[in-house]
Design a protein around this ligand. Structure first.
Ligand SMILES: [Zn+2]
Length: 156
């Protein structure tokens, strides 16, 4: 699944849980759960994969920035653990995919081989699922995150 969708689902988790460390742990677990569901993938070539991965990585980073800014601007942000929970939920949900850029940029593997084998074995990918799966998921996660952050961040 696109890392952008992991980021947005992590925002939903963080806003729902409102406890930073559980949000991080559930975010990590959610990554593997979402990767095991049908999603877009099976690239034609390494360069096709890289084009998608770079665009997705930048979109995911932008999503993290937009969500973080939104949660920090809520009236309750300073009084609750909402912001830390949302940020750590997003970080945990994106974390398993950091192995790929780390390997490309720093030639280092972040996770043990067993984790990487498990991560690649659970993927359920097909090339025709961008709109039907990734865009639908992105819309659902973004709307849910926005609604939850607005409600949880309102001054009580
Ligand atoms: Zn993944």
């Amino acid at each position: 699944m696109l890392v952008t969708n992991h980021v947005l689902s992590g925002a939903v988790i963080g806003a729902a849980v409102r406890r930073p460390l559980p949000a991080f742990a559930i975010g990590v677990a959610s990554h593997f759960a979402l990767d095991s569901l049908p999603h877009w993938g099976e690239w034609e070539s390494e360069s096709h994969f890289l084009r998608v991965a770079v665009a997705d990585g930048l979109t995911g980073l932008a999503a993290m920035g937009i969500v973080t800014r939104a949660v920090l601007r809520t009236p309750a942000a300073g009084r609750t653990k909402l912001a830390a929970s949302v940020v750590l939920g997003m970080a945990g949900a994106a974390l398993p995919d950091l192995d790929k850029p780390a390997h490309i940029i720093f030639k280092r593997k972040l996770w043990p081989d067993a984790v990487n084998r498990f991560h690649s074995r659970i993927q359920d990918e097909a090339p025709h699922r961008f709109v039907s799966h990734e865009l639908v998921a992105a819309t659902g996660f973004a709307l849910s995150a926005a609604a939850l952050i607005k409600r949880r961040g309102a001054r009580a």
